[in-house]
Design a protein around this ligand. Structure first.
Ligand SMILES: Cc1cc2nc3c(=O)[nH]c(=O)nc-3n(C[C@H](O)[C@H](O)[C@H](O)COP(=O)(O)OP(=O)(O)OC[C@H]3O[C@@H](n4cnc5c(N)ncnc54)[C@H](O)[C@@H]3O)c2cc1C
Length: 413
């Protein structure tokens, strides 16, 4: 385990004591219960059996799924967004797959189920917060992802005399191969002839196990983040009781965007965790590896590179913390900070991972060196970092959101 350079360079002086304690607690869990499994989690091919149950249970036992939730089932924190982003940074430092499992469970799904009735919250949010069930969040479809407008959604929930019937297909859904429930964004408001009455989108809570009409596909095989499982979910005539609608009918897109904005701050924090992990590995290598009779760190090229990346990491951490603070301060959609944090931190992770792998040369590229049996976690960080630029709103969309606040919607659209 390399020295955590962040602890020497970075001061948590802007964090409240409450959040510093969360960082410490999550770090302990991550180092004790996740780090020993992290290489295996990040390297093996995806299958239903490869879900990281031991880390999941450790997070549950430490009550960490409660961090972003409100008073009813939450951890009772004052700075919830700041705490959960800090938790995600710590998890991603050790294993970014587990950070994404955590994000899907308690930020995306958990905060959506909070919009259910008391009966639904008792039945599903209580076990979700305790980690007794696994939850997933589904907006993406084969032909609707970046564009989630009701007209683009093909998954439809129609009213029946006793509730709802859902038909459609969701794609790339994190946690779904092992999940007990999914909250799915569906098109609603169709008239009896199938023509839009008041076109809108709404979230439905759909139990996945033993529900007639639900099929979860086999896990996708991915470039990175192999420890978090994604799959397609299809719904064919799935019948739901009335109260499985979450929030108001027609309010789903607004809800999705506000929950995704919250989560994007945490995805930015995950980028910082990944960047910091790559950075620390490279510093260790640059301090020891010799070429041309000198340690690599004696070359000014690497001194400047690492100085630039240390500054980038410091910037990114401050940016996501500021966005989280705006959420905790009550800003409904804290743009542009959330968009800035998401794209800056996730792109930084890709840049830092690439340069740090370069610093390790062939050793950084190896999954396993046959002569010694050793491999570098940098190849895994390099593979894992890329998805941060794609999911939860591609980074081009984040720049569009920022441009909107600069130029106004009448120019940017
Ligand atoms: C590992 C993984 C886990 C995921 N987990 C979930 C999940 O749990 N739940 C869920 O609902 N979804 C999930 N997703 C889906 C993810 O959010 C989408 O992949 C993402 O929104 C991008 O959609 P797309 O892949 O269909 O790309 P598209 O929408 O087809 O876009 C492709 C590319 O086009 C570019 N682009 C698109 N629109 C614009 C524009 N207006 N201007 C400029 N460029 C543009 C972007 O570069 C984008 O990357 C996951 C995806 C992955 C890879």
């Amino acid at each position: 385990v390399p020295e955590r350079i962040a602890d020497r360079l970075f001061s948590d002086m802007l964090l409240p004591d409450e959040t510093k304690k969360v960082r410490q607690q999550v770090r302990e869990v991550a180092e004790r219960d996740i780090a020993p499994h992290a290489r295996e989690i990040g390297s093996r091919d995806e299958s239903v059996e490869s879900f990281p149950w031991e880390p999941f249970r450790a997070l549950a036992e430490a009550d960490l799924f409660r961090i972003p939730l409100g008073p009813e089932h939450g951890a009772g924190l004052e700075h919830r967004a700041l705490a959960v982003a800090t938790a995600v940074e710590e998890l991603a430092y050790v294993c970014s797959s587990v950070a994404t499992v955590y994000d899907g469970q308690c930020i995306l799904a958990g905060r959506t189920v909070e919009h259910g009735t008391k009966r639904i919250r008792d039945r599903y949010l209580a076990p979700l917060a305790a980690g007794d069930i696994v939850a997933s969040f589904a907006t993406t479809e084969p032909d609707a992802s970046t564009d989630l407008s009701p007209g683009a959604l093909q998954t439809v929930a129609e009213r029946t005399s006793s509730g709802w019937v859902v038909n459609g297909r969701k794609r790339f859904i994190t946690n779904s191969p092992v999940a007990d429930i999914v909250v799915a964004l569906c098109r609603t408001g169709l008239g009896s002839a199938g023509t839009p009455r008041t076109p809108g989108a709404s979230f439905m809570l759909i139990p996945l196990k033993d529900t007639p009409g639900v099929t979860v596909g086999r896990p996708d095989l991915k470039l990175g983040q192999r420890g978090q499982l994604t799959a397609d979910i299809t719904f064919e005539g799935v019948e739901l009781p009335e109260d499985h609608l979450l929030g108001e009918e027609g309010d789903g897109l607004r809800l999705a965007l506000s929950i995704l904005t919250y989560s994007r701050v945490a995805i930015g924090a995950a980028g910082i965790g990944l960047a910091q992990a790559a950075f620390d590995l490279a510093v260790e290598h640059l301090s020891n590896r010799r070429a041309f009779g000198k340690r690599l760190g004696e070359f000014q090229h690497w001194q400047f590179r690492m100085a630039e990346h240390a500054t980038g990491i410091e910037n990114g951490r401050s940016l996501y913390q500021k966005a989280a603070r705006r959420i905790d301060g009550g800003a409904p959609v804290p743009e542009p900070e959330a968009a800035m944090a998401k794209w800056y931190c996730t792109s930084l992770a890709v840049d830092v991972a690439r340069d740090c792998l370069q610093a390790l040369g062939g050793y950084g590229y190896m999954r396993e060196l046959a002569a010694t049996g050793q491999g570098s976690k940098l190849e895994e960080i390099y593979r894992d970092a890329k998805v941060g630029e794609i999911y939860e709103g591609a980074n081009e969309i984040q720049k569009w959101i920022i441009a909107r606040s600069i130029l106004g919607r009448d120019i940017t659209g």
